[in-house]
Structures are given as structure tokens and as C-alpha cells.
Write a protein that binds this ligand. Structure first.
Ligand code: MV4
Length: 490
């Protein structure tokens, strides 16, 4: 591969292009009219405008992207995450145009894009799954029968759903019919596919995912787990690797299960297998994400492996250069996603210009960002500004570095999730590792941040006052040197 087009924007486009350049390959950026002066455009060797700001007229226009790639003699396309990354049709379009799609096959994307197809695909591999039905269900009577068998509460899920969309908890039998009808009509209008299924509801789960990597010869390894339980409304905010609750035995079992999930669909490249982990440390396969994930840096930090480099090597047909036995966890990494969202105002998007933008630095601090001081955060795309990642020999070292880095990171002009991160990293439940997917709901309220901010303001005032009192006499002598002279003579 001599020239790779990155079909994305922001921090991930930059992060991917850095690796491509380091490998001696040329980079092509694509951009919308809103991103004309964005860092990913400046960084690339070549760049093409796709069209107006809205995603469906730019970053989601697969045909245009392929056409531009062909004009520029591109031989590989990296889709990043979001946008076209899990679009089997786009992967096929690239392949048909003679361009290597840097990701799994269209078939693997298609299977794992449907939860029911995924369950069906792995059914002969002995993968633990939450008790439930693995078929689309429309018959209310049958649903009731199954629900009574597995026991309430149960969860209705949309097969085509993702990120928690189309999920409904049903507490008792009398609510099932109404909830099912709603779930089906919601799934039909949201995804054009009304298939739903039911599962036992796991009440206080952790969300643990396993990074996998496979080449074209069937060599498949896992790169351990990421703990992603700290999220709000299915949007992850804090991630870490390794998880503080997994034992080596369960880690190995989950890793082996994840490798089997990948093998079941002849997976190639990097992918992520999601599990729920209950309080007794039972784990259940949820779904597989067939892309490079936002939170991949924590895995890179603890394994020393550049996942984008591995993607490219696999895409150009290379054999994995390491085996499972060669891999080990070294140290601990934390990630905070910094969104232009206001944690004091229900995390509403905060629009504006980055009037102040000062990056934290230091050993063990990695900042993946896509903005510069003075830039505006466009309203058209995901409002994530950056990912702040810290690495330490152990969890506590990573935590201390994170707290310092949050203090050193100065952003003004938009509200961000930095104060929310500070809240999480100072919370007893996070520090002790005793938390689940309900962390934000259970512990967070904006008043806690307001109190912290007030406390900080008070400390600033008090230390200024203390300093003033200490220096009062010096101050007097500066203001009135003669009186000082006289008093000394007296
Ligand atoms: C569940 C669950 C409890 N029981 N399935 C949410 C997103 C989707 N990937 C699966 N999700 C869940 N599935 C059963 N049977 C709870 C969740 C869930 C969740 C999962 C991962 C991370 C955050 C979550 C927040 C709420 C609910």
C-alpha cells in the first residue's frame, strides 16, 4: 500500500494518519466545508473536499469518497470509527473499486451488525450468553411464556439496535404486551427492522470488552480487556485497562471466548467483543464491534501495540508477528473522553470557540485531540474534543497522573466534561473499583461539581488573603518608604 485515504475527521483521522505516515505511506484526508482548516486536513499529504457540513452530504457519502479515492490513486481506505466504519455496503464498494478496505470483510460486518445474526453465528462455539430467546419474536403469548420461564425482570432488545437504542426493561408480566408493541414500533421506525428479542435483565452489570486481532490465515489473538462501565446514556466517558475486578482465570476465559466469537465469522483485523459481567463475575457475550474503537488507546498503552499499524499490516496480507503467549499486560491506563458538553446542564452540547486551549503534557500522558486554540466545535458532528489517556506502572499511578493532567488541561470558550472527569477520578467508588454501569445515575449530580468549584474558589480566595496578611508589612513599606524609614529610626 502506497497511499491511504482516511474517511473520517477529528482526533481519530489525525491519530490514524500519524501511524500511516510513520509506516512511510502517503495520506489523503477528506473534509466537509465545516472542516476546511481542521488539523487532520493540514496534516495530510493531500486532501479533498466532500461537500457541505452535514454528514450525509460529506463523511457519509460513500460513493463520493470512493470516486475521489480512485481519482487520487488511493489503494487503501481506513474508515476510523462512526460514519462508514461499520457499513458493509461501503466496505463492498471499496473492494469492488479495487481499493483495500482496512477492516473486516463485508460479510463479517453484516453478521455482527445484527445481534440476532451474531447470536446465531456463535451458537456452536459454547459462548456464554444471557438466558433468553435468540430469535426475533412478535408473538406476545410466546414472549410471555419465555419471560415467565427465565424470570422477570427481562429486557426487550432490538436486533438492529446498538448503544442501548431500542432497549426496554420489563418488570412484570402485566407490562410485557404493551412494552413489546412499543419496542417493535420503535425499532421499525428507527432501524427499518422491527425484530426484537428478550433476555434476562442483568441488574448491576459491568461492561467489559475484549480487543481481538486476526490475520487472514486464521491466527487470532486477544489483547485483554477494557473496562467501560462509566457511561451516561450509553455514551462512554471513562475507560481503563486492565479492569480492576478480573482475575487472571476469568480474563483468560473471556479472552478465549472473544477469540472464538472472532473465529465464528472468520474475522480479520481488529475488533471488539462486548461482554456483560455480573456481580458473581459470570460473563455473557453481548455483541461484536467490527471497527477500531474510540477507547483503543488504553489497550495500546498496556500492550505496547499500535492497533492501527496492525490493521494496516493485516489489510496488506501480513501474518501476525506475535502469538498469544507473547502478549502481556504491562501497567495500567485510564482514558477520559473530553466532550464539548456541559456537565452542569444535563450534558447538553456546548457550542463555542476554544478561546483558551492548553494541553497537558508529561511522562505517561497521551492526548489524542483534533482541535487547536481558536477553533470552533462544529455542531454537525460528535462533540468529542479529545481523549486524555494516562499510563502508570499501576492503577494508582495512572490515577494520580490523570488528576494532574486534568488540572493542567485548560479549555475556555466551551463547557467540557473535564470537571466531570475530576469528579469520577476523586470518587470513592471509582478509586476502590466498586462500580457498575449505574455509576453516573447512582452517584453523580451537578451540585457535587458546583460544590467542588465553590470549594476551589474559596481556597483560592483564602490563600490570596493569607498571602496578603503575610506580606502586609512589606506592602506598606513599598507604598510608603519614608514612614518605614522613620519607624525604623524610632
Ligand atoms: C443488557 C443489560 C442488562 N441485561 N442486557 C446496553 C447497550 C447494549 N450494548 C447492551 N446493553 C445492556 N444490555 C441484559 N440482558 C444492560 C445493558 C446496559 C449497559 C451495557 C453496557 C454498558 C452500559 C449499559 C448501560 C445500561 C444498560
Amino acid at each position: 500500500m502506497k497511499k491511504i485515504l482516511v474517511a473520517n475527521r477529528g482526533e481519530i483521522a489525525l491519530r490514524i494518519m500519524r501511524t500511516i505516515k510513520r509506516m512511510g505511506i502517503k495520506t489523503v484526508a477528506v473534509f466537509s466545508e465545516a472542516d476546511r482548516h481542521a488539523p487532520h486536513v493540514l496534516f495530510a499529504d493531500e486532501a479533498v473536499c466532500l461537500g457541505p457540513a452535514p454528514s450525509n452530504q460529506s463523511y457519509l457519502n460513500g460513493e463520493k469518497i470512493i470516486a475521489e479515492a480512485q481519482k487520487l490513486g488511493v489503494d487503501g481506505i481506513h474508515p476510523g470509527y462512526g460514519f462508514l466504519s461499520e457499513n458493509a455496503g461501503f466496505a463492498q464498494l471499496a473492494t469492488d473499486a479495487g481499493i483495500t478496505f482496512i477492516g473486516p470483510t463485508p460479510e463479517a460486518i453484516r453478521i455482527m451488525g445484527s445481534k440476532l445474526a451474531a447470536k446465531d453465528c456463535v451458537k456452536n462455539y459454547n459462548i456464554p450468553m444471557v438466558p433468553g430467546i435468540d430469535k426475533a419474536i412478535t408473538d406476545v403469548a410466546l414472549a410471555k411464556e419465555t419471560a415467565v420461564q427465565i424470570g422477570f425482570p427481562i429486557l426487550i432488545k432490538a436486533s438492529a439496535g446498538g448503544g442501548g437504542k431500542g432497549m426496554r426493561v420489563v418488570e412484570k408480566e402485566s407490562e410485557l404486551e404493551e412494552q413489546m408493541e412499543r419496542a417493535i414500533s420503535e425499532a421499525t421506525s428507527a432501524f427499518g427492522d422491527g425484530s426484537v428479542f428478550i433476555e434476562k435483565y442483568v441488574g448491576s452489570p459491568r461492561h467489559i470488552e475484549i480487543q481481538v486481532l486476526a490475520d487472514n490465515e486464521g491466527n487470532t489473538v486477544h489483547l485483554f480487556e477494557r473496562e467501560c462501565s462509566i457511561q451516561r446514556r450509553h455514551q462512554k466517558v471513562v475507560e481503563e485497562a486492565p479492569s480492576s475486578v478480573l482475575t487472571p482465570e476469568i480474563r483468560q476465559q473471556m479472552g478465549e471466548a472473544a477469540v472464538l466469537v472472532a473465529k465464528s465469522c472468520q474475522y480479520t483485523g481488529v475488533g471488539t467483543v462486548e461482554f456483560l459481567l455480573d456481580e458473581q463475575l459470570n460473563f455473557y457475550f453481548l455483541e461484536m464491534n467490527t471497527r477500531l474503537q474510540v477507547e483503543h488507546p488504553v489497550t495500546e498503552m498496556i500492550t505496547g501495540i499500535d492497533l492501527v499499524e496492525e490493521q494496516i499490516k493485516v489489510a496488506r496480507g501480513e501474518t501476525l508477528s506475535f502469538k498469544q503467549e507473547d502478549l502481556q499486560i504491562k501497567g495500567h491506563a485510564l482514558e477520559l473522553r473530553i466532550y464539548a458538553e456541559d456537565p452542569l446542564n444535563d450534558f447538553l452540547p456546548s457550542v463555542g470557540t476554544l478561546s483558551t486551549y492548553e494541553r497537558p503534557t508529561g511522562e505517561g500522558v497521551r492526548l489524542d485531540d483534533g482541535y487547536e486554540k481558536g477553533m470552533e466545535i462544529p455542531i454537525y458532528y460528535d462533540p468529542m474534543i479529545a481523549k486524555l489517556v494516562t499510563f502508570g506502572q499501576d492503577r494508582n499511578e495512572a490515577l494520580q497522573k490523570m488528576k494532574t493532567a486534568i488540572k493542567d488541561y485548560k479549555i475556555e470558550g466551551v463547557a467540557t466534561t473535564l470537571p466531570f472527569g475530576d469528579f469520577v477520578f476523586n470518587h470513592e467508588a471509582f478509586i476502590s473499583g466498586h462500580f457498575d454501569t449505574h455509576f453516573v445515575k447512582n452517584y453523580y449530580s451537578p451540585d457535587l461539581i458546583r460544590e467542588q468549584l465553590k470549594k476551589k474558589a474559596k481556597i483560592a480566595v483564602l490563600s490570596a488573603l493569607k498571602y496578603y496578611l503575610e506580606e502586609k508589612n512589606t506592602l506598606k513599606s513599598i507604598e510608603n518608604p519614608s514612614s518605614n524609614w522613620k519607624s525604623r529610626l524610632a
